[in-house]
Write a protein that binds this ligand. Structure first.
Ligand code: NI
Length: 171
């Protein structure tokens, strides 16, 4: 099932999501399938559960856009444990469609998370996947990428979004 994407302005995007405590259940497996299906349908490389209105610490990533099955990553209750180096690049978010900004992030990132069976794993990534780890983990703590850009740019973006909201072009 493809879920609609929750857009910026909905409070679910700006609060910390709940930890997952039950693993390997049919519901969790189904939910993860739906998250991947929703992410591909909306052409994202990452999707966090709050973006479909579910405030749980679950995110999926596939930086290959469905090209390489081995690139699929499931993150449950993730924590960033190490960040090294720097990268700067354009970032966008399915919840803030039509906008992209330059964002500075770490280049090498180690994440610790649980998989669908509840097993803890660590993975170290660089470049785009490192960026996705940071972006999606931020989502699960109620933080959007626009918190990493200048206040001036953020305010300008928010004003543009308000205009779209008033025109009924945002929801
Ligand atoms: Ni996002």
């Amino acid at each position: 099932m493809v879920y609609p994407i929750v857009k910026f302005g909905d409070p679910v995007l700006e609060r910390e999501a709940e930890e997952v405590t039950e693993f390997d259940t049919p519901d969790l497996h189904k939910f993860l399938d739906d998250m991947f299906e929703s992410m591909y349908a909306h052409k994202g490389v990452g999707l966090a559960a709050p973006q479909i209105g579910i405030s749980r610490k679950i995110a999926v990533i596939d930086v290959s856009n469905g090209e390489k099955p081995e690139d699929k990553v499931v993150l449950i209750n993730p924590m960033i444990v190490k960040v090294d180096g720097k990268q700067e690049g354009e970032e966008g978010c399915l919840s803030i469609p039509g906008f992209r900004e330059q964002v500075k992030r770490g280049r090498n990132v180690t994440i610790r998370a649980r998989n669908v069976r509840g097993e803890v794993f660590e993975q170290t990534a660089e470049d785009l996947l490192a960026r996705a780890f940071l972006h999606e983990t931020d989502h699960l703590y109620g933080k959007l990428y626009i918190t990493h850009i200048s206040a001036l740019k953020r305010d300008l973006m928010k004003r543009k979004i308000k205009k779209l909201q008033r025109a009924g072009d945002w929801s």
